[in-house]
Each structure stands twice: as C-alpha cells, then as structure tokens.
Design a protein around this ligand. Structure first.
Ligand SMILES: [Zn+2]
Ligand SMILES: [Zn+2]
Length: 359
C-alpha cells in the first residue's frame, strides 16, 4: 500500500472517530460525570489517612492575588480529628479540593482578625452546616474579639439560614447546626501560653506573636502523639515562635520578601498610586523575611519549614529561589515555599516527614 493511501486511510479513521465523538458527546459527558461523582461521593480521605499528624495548606497566600495561593487557611488532621487554622476567602472550596468534607471540621482556631484570615469564615460555617448532619454550630476559637466576628457572621447569614431550612426541611438542615459558636480564650501575655486542648494524645497551645499594632495575634503549637507542629500566624521575627518551635517536626511560618515588596512599592509610586505605595511601604515591618524564618528554624532545630502567607505573589515555582534569598544557606534542613494543596504527613514513632501536593 502506498504512503498516500495509508495517510488517507488514517485521516478517514480520525474523521469517523471525531464525528462519532461529537455525536455521542453528551453520553460521554454523562458517563464521565457519573463515574467521577460516584468516586468522589464514596471517597473519605480523612478516614483513609494513616494515623498521624497531617497538615495541609488550603491557602498559602495573602490578600494579594496569586494564582497558586488563596488567602491563609491551614488544615490540621490529628488522628481522625480535623481542625482548621484561619479561614481566608476560598477556604471552604480549597478544603474540598484537598479531599476533606468541611462538615468534618471539629473546630476552627483564628490567629488574628485581619480580614484575609477570616473572609472565608462565613462561607465555611455554612459548608460545615451543610456537609454533615449536625445540631451544633462550629466552634471557633480566638482571643478577645472573636465573638464580635462570629456573632456578626451568624447575623449576616441569618436570612440564608431560614431559606435553607424552609427549602430542605428541618431534618436535613437542623437550625441548631447553623453558624459558629465563639470560644474566647485568654490572650497569652509575654512568655505565656494558653492551653486550649490538653489530652494525652493531643495538645493545642496558643502563644502571642509580634504583629503590632494588631493585638491580639497568636500562633499555635500542636502535638499529636509524638509529632509536633507550630504555625506562626502573622508576625515579625518572634522569639515566642522560636521558643515554641524548639525541636518541632514542622514549622509553618509566614514569609514576606521586603526587597520584592519594595519593587512593587516603587512601581506603585511611579504609577502615581500613593495610597498603594504607602501600604506596600508599611507591610514589611509586621511580617518576617524568609532569611529570618531560616534563622528561627536553624536556632530552634526544626525538622521541616513550610512557608505560607507568601508575599508578594510568586506565579511561577521558578521564582521560589529568588524569594528565598540566602535562606537555604542559613537553614540547611528542608524548606519549601508553600503552595495551595501542599500536604504534609507525619506518622507517630518516626521522624519522617512526607510532602505531596494534592491539587
Ligand atoms: Zn495580619
Ligand atoms: Zn495576613
């Protein structure tokens, strides 16, 4: 057979397949949706996870738009219990993308009340209510001021609550499960710590950080069995973070590169946007440059550093090294610029730390 005939034959086959695919397009889509939905509905990532302390970034960014990072949101699995630290916008959807049901969240812990840490909270409270049968609101822990936020959000969504109950019925959407319940804790003073949960296998402790003029602002230390993690919250370089991070397996620390933010400030200035230039000029003094995070990690003897609240946006992974500056010379252990979907697993009885991206 000549080459020409083969080509004509192949083109013919392709045309027939294409015509058939177009003709059966909707059936193909139906099959695809049914298969995917069946798989997703049966999946229970939380139940399938091995016993351990797992930490996922459902938001590794800041208020600045970043294609790889939504505002702050960190999910923590301790055994089969699910907790959330901060709920920036997109938190609920990103938690689902990680493979979790927001209805399984046992409690939320807020680091402080800057908008980027709470602007997904209202939506998350609704997703918690709709995710699983529940007759109790979602507990939301925070220092003084948390009641104002939780009660305010409950009020904002109170009309939505009546719609959902009216539409789906009281058995499906029990009114008692709606919204959040503020759990105020005492702000830790100076070197102080507030123990929020203290069980043989699980301890959650809050400690104050340096985010002035924002007060209160806390970080959290979580221990599950013999594995530990610290999350810094928003802070300038803090001796409290270093103290709490001593020997921990994982340090999830915020990071801002002042040099890169300086570039944005200059451009805002040149463009005549004085307001934005002023804001860019103000923000470095209450965040931590990556090199200083590296110093903390080195001095505290941390196992793994995962940077979060990454400022400014880094749309390409190739920019991570530029963002880190000399950090890797200062801290020679494992250090990663976090992105949404990063998921760290630490199993008891080992020192191993495994990271995958689930997005
Ligand atoms: Zn903040
Ligand atoms: Zn923030």
């Amino acid at each position: 057979m000549s080459v020409k005939k083969v080509i004509v034959g192949l083109v013919g086959v392709i045309v027939v397949v294409a015509v058939l695919a177009v003709g059966f397009r909707n059936q193909i889509f139906e099959q695809l949706v049914t298969k995917t939905a069946a798989k997703r509905m049966k999946e229970n990532f939380l139940a399938d996870l091995p016993d351990g302390l797992h930490v996922g970034l459902c938001g590794a960014g800041s208020p600045l738009p970043d294609p790889k990072r939504e505002p702050p949101c960190t999910i923590v699995v301790a055994g089969k219990r699910l907790f959330l630290i901060d709920a920036g916008s997109g938190a609920g959807r990103n938690i689902v993308k990680l493979g979790f049901n927001p209805g399984d969240i046992e409690a939320v812990f807020l680091t402080h009340f800057h908008s980027d840490h709470i602007d997904g909270l209202g939506e998350l409270m609704l997703m918690h209510w709709g995710g699983r049968p529940t007759t109790k609101p979602l507990p939301i822990y925070g220092a003084a001021g948390v009641s104002l936020i939780v009660n305010g959000l409950n009020q904002v969504y109170s009309q939505d609550m009546t719609y959902r109950v009216a539409h789906h019925g009281i058995e499906t959407m029990a009114p008692g499960g709606f919204g959040g319940e503020a759990r105020v804790f005492e702000t830790p003073i100076k070197e102080g710590r507030t123990v929020l949960l203290d069980e043989p296998d699980l301890q959650i402790v809050a400690f104050s950080v340096m985010h002035a003029p924002i007060h209160p602002a806390v970080g959290y230390r979580i221990r599950y069995k013999d594995r530990t993690m610290v999350i810094s919250g928003d802070t300038a370089k803090s001796s409290a973070v270093q103290r709490e991070a001593k020997g921990v397996d994982l340090l999830v620390h915020e990071a801002l590169n002042p040099k890169l933010v300086g570039l944005l400030q200059t451009q805002a200035d040149l463009a005549g946007n004085k307001k934005l230039a002023k804001i860019f000029g103000d923000i470095p003094n209450y965040h931590t440059p990556p090199e200083q995070v590296a110093e903390i990690a080195r001095d505290a003897g941390v196992g793994y550093v995962l940077l979060t609240h990454v400022v400014p946006a880094l749309p390409m992974t190739a920019m991570d090294g530029w963002f880190l500056g000399k950090s890797r010379d200062i801290f020679t252990g494992k250090l990663k610029v976090g992105a949404d979907g990063d998921f760290v697993s630490m199993l008891p009885g080992s020192k191993e730390i495994k990271l995958v991206n689930r997005h």
